[in-house]
Design a protein. Structure first.
Length: 94
């Protein structure tokens, strides 16, 4: 139990920013897709997923280039933001 608590409380600001960046881009892409492209749920979800995925990969490539290394926990934070953004994009179709 202590390991789980340490894992939860050991989140630094950078990981939160990774998560929020991917989440925001996913949700923004879903909104734009709904307004400009289609109102079909699978197209909106696909736009959200791929936009978030590209944003996360681009951020990790930038970190690799700028800071000489991408952190494994950054990837995990990107994935969390991607999952949240994709799930929330489904709410736009309700």
């Amino acid at each position: 139990m202590k390991n789980i608590w340490n894992w939860i409380t050991d989140v630094d600001k950078d990981k939160i920013l990774h998560d929020d960046l991917v989440f925001t881009i996913s949700l923004l892409a879903a909104c734009l897709c709904r307004l400009l492209v289609s109102r079909e749920w699978y197209k909106i979800t696909a736009c959200a997923f791929f936009a978030g995925f590209i944003a996360g990969v681009a951020k990790e490539i930038y970190d690799e280039w700028k800071y000489k290394g991408a952190d494994e926990r950054d990837w995990k934070a990107d994935i969390c933001g991607l999952v949240r953004g994709t799930i929330f994009s489904l709410l736009l179709t309700i």
